[in-house]
Design a protein around this ligand. Structure first.
Ligand SMILES: [Zn+2]
Length: 104
């Protein structure tokens, strides 16, 4: 009888539902790419839905699908994402090697 279950169980249950939060996304060199992005769900940032971005510093709105997104500041240009349609919504798939890791 450890009595631990009463403590651990509620934390595990709450974990997934409460991971929605606003995050800023930066390139590897620390330039801001997306500000105030509403990230839903825990884990590593894989994609960024266009309509949940507070401010898009990459100015990627209107780019065609599969277009590569670059950091607006890096020289030479650094690839940070790719335009995609995910679940019928416009989104940018992030390129993990181009951005600072975002985990919630
Ligand atoms: Zn950069």
């Amino acid at each position: 009888m450890t009595g631990h279950y009463g403590i651990i169980f509620p934390i595990v249950c709450m974990g997934k539902e409460n991971k929605t939060k606003r995050v800023d996304v930066y390139c590897r060199d620390g330039h801001v790419l997306f500000e105030n992005y509403l990230k839903v769900g825990g884990g590593r940032l894989q994609k960024v839905y266009e309509d949940e971005i507070g401010e898009d510093f990459t100015k990627s709105v209107g780019l065609p699908q599969s277009a590569v997104i670059f950091c607006p500041e890096c020289n030479p240009p650094r690839e940070v994402g790719e335009v995609a349609l995910i679940h019928g919504r416009r989104a940018y798939k992030v390129i993990q090697s181009g951005i600072r890791k975002v985990v919630t």
